[in-house]
Design a protein around this ligand. Structure first.
Ligand SMILES: [Cu+2]
Length: 138
């Protein structure tokens, strides 16, 4: 399992300024350390195969931040485009693929704009928080 070991500071300090962190900052650091230990959510990659004029699986459910890859096994191009706001691919060549990082939670019905009977559904779930600490970046 991959762990995020670097802690991102929310605001970069201006060069030359001294840290005026008090005892609260110390607690913050401890909480952050706990958060980092608490299994950071790793982004997954999901593959949808385009084969025989169908998206397989037809419905794919992912978490925000995950990547979806559409791989075209047909001998002619296809596209992937949400019917509402969301995403639209270029033509995906035979044996080619197109990837999309699903950042925004929602339900995205999509189709192939070249063969409009080809339909699929992408469901993007909200990312679970790794912990409830207020200072936690996860
Ligand atoms: Cu198509």
């Amino acid at each position: 399992m991959k762990r995020i070991v670097s802690l991102r500071s929310p605001r970069p300090r201006a060069a030359g300024t001294k840290s005026v962190a008090g005892p609260r900052a110390g607690w913050g650091a401890i909480l952050l350390a706990l958060c980092v230990g608490a299994a950071p959510a790793t982004a997954a990659v999901h593959t949808v195969i385009i084969d025989g004029m169908r998206f397989v699986p037809e419905t794919v459910e992912v978490k925000a931040g995950d990547t979806v890859v559409w791989r075209n096994k047909d001998p002619f191009p296809h596209t992937v485009a949400s019917t509402g706001p969301g995403f639209a691919s270029v033509a995906i060549a035979p044996q080619g693929e197109w990837r999309f990082e699903a950042d925004n939670p929602g339900r995205y019905a999509y189709l192939c704009t070249l063969h409009r009977t080809m339909r699929g559904l992408l469901i993007v779930k909200r990312k679970e928080r790794a912990c409830q600490h207020r200072a936690c970046p996860n």
